[in-house]
Design a protein around this ligand. Sequence first.
Ligand SMILES: [Zn+2]
Ligand SMILES: [Zn+2]
Length: 77
Amino acid sequence: MGLLPKLMNVAVCIGCGCDDLHACWDDNTQQPCHWTRVDYNIGRGVCSCCEDLVSEWDSGCREFQVPVEIAVSDVPA
Ligand SMILES: [Zn+2]
Ligand SMILES: [Zn+2]
């Protein structure tokens, strides 16, 4: 993922949760993903596998879009 700055800042993709050290595989390009949008100040970005979220990002959204809690908890209504 290119040169890392001295502080080892790592950004996490808000779409799939991959980060600089754990890139996911981009089926479209047959290469590891890269950042389409990234902000190391907040440690978040949108990788090339999650281009659907670029418009969200550009409209100001920096929240994780991964439904992590839904996947692990099965609370009855
Ligand atoms: Zn992603
Ligand atoms: Zn990725």
